[in-house]
Design a protein around this ligand. Structure first.
Ligand code: NAD
Length: 493
């Protein structure tokens, strides 16, 4: 029997009064493990009201006290590190190592939130006019909402709410209905860390729940991470309703391999970037361009490494390099793209359909897949597949390869493998995207930096996490104060 999970509102796990639920799977087995409610307007109103009520007292809580909650939260996240990682693996399907990374990168954001007393300091300038001093302070916005994707059940929610909350806001997290369990566990740990009721809330649901949040008059700001089509909708609807919005979308990330690169090292990095988390990462490397004579030796190495990968269920403790994809719909979409690539004329070097598993299960598996001789106009090069499919193109010249990468509609990451500083510099300077790797396969920034997607990978002005996160969750107040001089000048000054 599977359990119906609850919303977490006003410090309580509350059953939602809804008739419709979404099944949550263990993707390694294809089994339903829970049912998440699709919250209706009444539940949305309840969550917003709880967050609205909690706001004034929390915003007035001294900053060091707010930061102390984050210190205790970090401690609890460390204490429950393995348990949380196992939960991520259970509902998402990524390997335990990958779940450790998911939780670890999230903890690093909470550690950054602990620095809030320094990071929220304003500016002052005395005597801006006679007897008048000026200062800038940072004030919280109010009720903030976070809408998150399935692919990082711990890290992506943690990109948002620790910073929002430590800045003095209250928060409603609307996690992906595919991975709602980690979010609820984080809520329990935050409560144990001493966060007052109503400051953090978890509301389950899908598009309807999101739309009700986007248009609610008491919601001040929306952070979104997910696919580009939804990111655009969130940005347009949220801003049309007067909200501050940051919306991160999908991606198609290029990896250029120069003929002078250390090909063994590059192969390891490319395999990790393409097939880590079964290719379900917005920073996944999904197109490789082999420049000049790098082509054949690179393909040979990639093919050999991909075929060696052990694919299987991630929840049984047996050694695997790659787990399942999130659900049957994703598996069929990815298989469909393999058919598309074949029809478009790319050469299927490694075929992930019908991969043999380390253990037989009904889970949602697609093995590592590599296309050679992919071409710019092909959909396998242009579309985000969001699965373990790598398309390799061959080009003669670095500048042509950069121009090709710049044709992408997206703009998250791009990577070059080379021993030539000049080539690396040219690439970093002229490639049009926000996160660049030089001999680094996945250039995802750590928590003190913003996650700087460009083009169709981001809608908004201030990016998620890092100092831009602190700026997103606060607005500036400039205060000019005049205190009349008591009259006498200070002797000797
Ligand atoms: P998704 O867009 O389907 O869902 C994301 C969130 O939006 C979920 O909470 C979902 O319930 C909600 N949602 C879905 N459809 C909606 C609609 N029509 N209206 C309102 N809300 C809706 O994304 P996903 O499949 O969960 O995650 C994968 C996507 O996320 C990929 O495109 C990936 O590149 C992207 N992603 C981007 C980043 C980044 O930083 N740019 C990071 C992680 C994932």
């Amino acid at each position: 029997m599977t359990t119906n999970i609850h919303n977490f509102i006003g410090g309580e796990m509350l059953p939602a009064s809804v008739s419709h639920y979404t099944s949550v799977y263990n993707p390694s087995r294809g089994e339903v493990i829970a049912q998440a409610p699709d919250s209706d307007l009444q539940a949305v109103a309840q969550a917003v009201q709880a967050a609205r009520q909690a706001f004034p007292a929390w915003a007035d809580t001294p900053i060091v006290e707010r930061a102390r909650v984050m210190f205790r939260f970090v401690h609890l996240l460390e204490e429950h590190f393995d348990e949380l990682s196992q939960l991520v693996t259970r509902e998402h399907g990524k390997t335990l190592d990958e779940s450790h990374g998911d939780v670890r990168r999230g903890i690093e954001v909470v550690e950054t939130a602990c620095h809030a007393p320094t990071l929220l300091m304003g500016q002052t300038l005395d005597q801006v006019s006679r007897g008048i001093d000026g200062r800038v302070e940072r004030h919280p916005l109010g009720v903030c909402v976070g809408i998150t994707p399935f692919n990082f059940p711990a890290m992506v929610p943690l990109w948002m709410f620790p910073i929002a909350i430590v800045c003095g806001n209250t928060f409603i997290l609307k996690p992906s209905p595919k991975v709602p369990l980690t979010a609820l566990r984080l809520a329990e740990l935050l409560t144990e860390a001493g966060l007052p009721k109503g400051v953090f809330n978890v509301l389950h649901g899908g598009a309807e729940t999101v739309d009700a949040l986007l248009t609610h008059p008491d919601v001040a700001a929306i952070s979104f991470v997910g696919s580009t089509a939804v990111a655009k909708h969130i940005y347009e609807t949220g801003t049309a309703h007067g909200k501050r919005v940051q919306a991160a979308g999908g991606a198609k990330n290029y990896m250029l391999v120069m003929p002078d690169a250390d090909l063994d090292a590059a192969t390891g990095q490319i395999i990790g970037a393409a097939f880590g988390c079964s290719g379900q990462r917005c920073m996944a490397g999904s197109v490789a361009i082999a420049v000049g004579k790098a082509g054949d030796p690179l393909l040979e190495r990639l093919d050999e490494a991909a075929k060696k990968m052990r694919v299987g269920p991630t929840d049984s403790g047996s050694a695997v390099d790659m787990g399942p994809v999130i659900d049957a719909v994703a598996r069929e979409r990815i298989r469909g793209y393999i058919d598309i690539g074949l029809n478009e004329g790319a050469k299927l070097a490694t075929d992930g359909r019908g991969v043999s598993l380390t253990e037989a299960t009904d889970g949602f598996f697609v093995g590592p897949t590599i296309f050679d001789h992919a071409a710019p106009e092909m959909r396998i090069v242009r579309d985000e597949i969001f699965g373990p499919v790598l398309s390799v193109m061959r080009m003669e010249d670095l500048s042509d390869a950069i121009a090709q990468a710049n044709k992408s509609a997206y703009g998250n990451g791009a990577v070059i493998f080379t021993r030539d500083g000049g080539a690396a510099r040219m690439f970093a300077r002229y490639v049009n995207c926000g996160m660049i790797g030089i001999n680094v396969g996945v250039p995802a920034p750590m928590a003190v930096f913003p996650f700087t997607g460009w083009n169709q990978s981001f809608f908004g002005d201030l990016h998620i996490q890092g100092i831009e996160g602190f700026h997103f969750y606060t607005h500036n107040k400039v205060i000019l104060s005049r205190w009349n001089d008591p009259g006498k000048r200070v002797q000797g000054w």
